[in-house]
Design a protein. Structure first.
Lengths: 217, 73
């Protein structure tokens, strides 16, 4: 029994059938690939529509993005089908590919549409607005944000500072920053995670917030 | 949400947070548990912690959940 047959043996009926028809060869496999593509395209269309507000695109451009995501997901699924272990239904596993493809394409779309968004150069005036501080109550938060700014400049490494500035101050989506830096989502997230931890520690050490980060009265 | 609460949320880091790669590797399993209300957060606290903190992964989670739930309708 090969690996795919062994996996099929312990799947729900529908997932087992998907695995069978997608690996059986001939016209039956071809038809199954076509059905899967149709499903992926429907999911991709729903997903780009769901994210449409942040994309600020509509019509043919949105549909083109969905087509690309579905096609790339189909390619990935058929080449990785041997990696499906039956931990979920086959369709859930397959849909993950198309959702992640949409995510990547949304990042690329931002990068192409907004190349002028600055990755460098910090606009510190945006900081209060970024966290929703009320301008009318500036006297209450002015010192805290000044301390945060000092901590960004003194406690973070150059890479941490650059990523903080791009994401927090300049509003660059993380996935677009991934493309800009030729990195990956996990690496950027880990850098920001460590930066956030350091900034919190600095604010606690200087008495601006309690260790549980609640506001000092 | 006021500025203090938003800054609090932003600076909070959970040591259980597994990061993007591990969360995405198990996202299909996690989403099915959520859809079935089968204790996803209890079984995968590190993924739950990550999804609370990571905007892009949370967006992918919402998308996959919508796809799976739409399929169940």
């Amino acid at each position: 029994m090969d690996e795919i047959s062994a996996t099929r043996a312990c799947l729900d009926a529908e997932s087992g059938e998907w695995l069978r028809v997608l690996t059986c060869g001939g016209a039956e496999q071809e038809a199954a690939v076509g059905r899967l593509h149709g499903l992926l395209l429907r999911i991709a269309r729903n997903e780009v529509r769901r994210r449409g507000v942040q994309l600020r695109v509509t019509g043919p451009e949105l549909d083109d993005l969905a087509y690309q995501a579905a096609a790339d997901a189909l390619l990935a699924i058929t080449s990785k089908i041997g990696e499906f272990r039956g931990e979920s239904r086959f369709t859930t596993w397959a849909y993950k590919f198309v959702i992640l493809e949409v995510s990547v394409k949304v990042g690329r779309h931002f990068w192409r549409r907004c190349p002028a968004v600055p990755f460098e150069g910090a606009d510190w005036e945006r900081l209060p607005d970024r966290f929703g501080f009320d301008p009318a109550r500036e006297s209450e938060w002015r010192d805290l944000l000044a301390a945060l700014r000092r901590a960004v400049q003194e406690k973070l490494t150059e890479r941490q500072r650059r990523i903080f500035v791009a994401i927090v101050l300049n509003g660059v989506p993380l996935d677009a920053l991934v493309l800009q830096l030729g990195s990956n989502r996990n690496a950027i997230y880990k850098t920001m995670f460590e930066a956030r931890r350091k900034l919190r520690a600095a604010l606690v050490a200087n008495g601006y917030v309690d260790s549980d980060l609640s506001r000092r009265s | 949400m006021n500025g203090w609460a938003e800054l609090d949320r932003f600076l909070h880091t959970d040591p259980q947070d597994v990061g993007c790669d591990k969360a995405m590797a198990m996202l299909h399993v996690y989403v099915e548990l959520v859809a079935q209300e089968a204790g996803a957060e209890q079984r995968y606290p590190g993924i739950a912690a990550h999804l609370r903190a990571c905007g892009p992964c949370s967006e992918d989670f919402e998308g996959l959940l919508a796809a799976v739930c739409g399929q169940l309708d």
